[in-house]
Design a protein around this ligand. Structure first.
Ligand code: DAH
Length: 341
């Protein structure tokens, strides 16, 4: 018969005493508790034990196994604690009174533009509304006069959840809920993140920001729409911006327009950011379609209104001369850091 249980216990504690590094603890564990380990080996002596003592012997071996295991664990924990104390005491002590070596944080260009536009509209009596990013088909399309199978849906392919909900493709998705919440008269803007299943390039992204606005009251006309758009854009750019209105089709407005601004990056000459046209579509808009007003519970005999969907991402690109839309979602502080405010 080889080593006895008592001898083995003594030997283990001697070894444990000498161990101090993670690897040695692991070696010890394998040496004593592994498949071919010494404690496990004690069970092989079973044959030499009198049958009536085997049960007791087995239990003792198991108790020793547990003892060895716990002792190793305790020593590892102690070693960790000692190491932590050492590091705190030595190298990793922070002196809170020292000046920071990190640069100051900055706001994202979209946030800056969003806040600015919000302020301009707030000063014109608009409330600022928040709305979900996950919406249902009704709010994103049906309530906006875009029935199922309408070709206008083709341009707004997006990401669907397994429960049938979808990531909103445009901030217009909030129109219905906001009309229902406040009724008429109403002036509200609602900024938000939008999603589309797009291939990306310098001017397309699958995730971008818009700011929708609606104004509903008695006698609202296209002149009101143009006035508000012009006031807002000249405030944002702090100069007289060149704009042009073209007819545009959107099922939720009638008539509908595309409001373009002259590209600030190339000065109207044509560049990749404006698809070489010299103009950037910035703000589609129009007079809210009566079907949309009705779906929002608004009395169409009494009220009319306008709506616009400002491309907030595009506006930020114009304002700060950002050439590639992909920079905005890149998380790259080298390009985003310069907008410190
Ligand atoms: N929701 C439209 C889009 O993202 C943009 C839009 C067009 C919004 C006309 C409007 C509007 O409010 O009147 O394609």
């Amino acid at each position: 018969m080889g080593i006895t249980m008592e001898e083995l216990r003594k030997q283990f504690y001697e070894h444990l005493q000498q161990a101090n590094a993670a690897e040695t603890f692991e070696e010890l564990r394998v040496r004593y508790l592994g498949k071919k380990g010494e404690v496990t080996g004690l069970l092989k002596n079973m044959g030499a034990i009198a049958p009536e003592q085997r049960k007791e012997y087995g239990a003792k071996v198991n108790a020793l196994k547990e003892e060895v295991e716990n002792s190793i664990k305790d020593r590892i924990a102690e070693a960790h604690a000692r190491e932590l104390e050492r590091r705190i005491a030595a190298t990793e002590r922070y002196d809170l009174s020292l000046p920071s070596t990190l640069s100051e944080g900055s706001y994202h260009p979209i946030t800056l533009v969003q806040r600015e536009v919000e302020q301009i509209f707030a000063s014109m009596g608009f409330t600022i509304e928040d709305y979900d990013e996950i919406v249902d088909d009704y709010h994103c399309f049906e309530a906006l006069n875009i029935p199922k199978h309408h070709p206008a849906r083709d341009m707004q392919d997006t990401y669907y959840l397994s429960n049938g909900q979808l990531l909103k493709t445009h901030t217009s998705a909030a129109q219905n809920a906001i009309m229902r919440k406040y009724g008429a008269p109403l002036r509200a803007i609602f900024p938000g993140r939008c999603f589309r299943n797009e291939s990306t390039d310098a001017c397309h992204e699958n995730t971008f920001f818009q700011m929708e606005g609606i104004m509903i009251d008695e006698n609202i006309s296209i002149s009101n729409l143009i006035y508000f758009m012009k006031t807002m854009l000249s405030e944002v750019f702090q100069r007289d911006v060149k704009v042009r209105l073209r007819p545009g089709f959107f099922p939720f407005v009638e008539p509908g327009f595309e409001l373009d601004i002259s590209c600030a990056i190339c000065g109207g000459k044509g560049c990749p950011s404006c698809k070489n046209s010299g103009w950037l579509e910035l703000c589609p808009c129009g007079m809210i379609h009566p079907n949309v007003l009705k779906a929002g519970g608004i009395d169409t005999e009494k009220y009319t209104g306008f709506a616009f969907g400002l491309g907030l991402t595009r506006l930020a690109m114009m304002k700060y001369g950002i050439k590639d839309i992909r920079d905005l979602n890149s998380g790259n502080l080298k390009s985003l850091d310069q907008f410190v405010k």
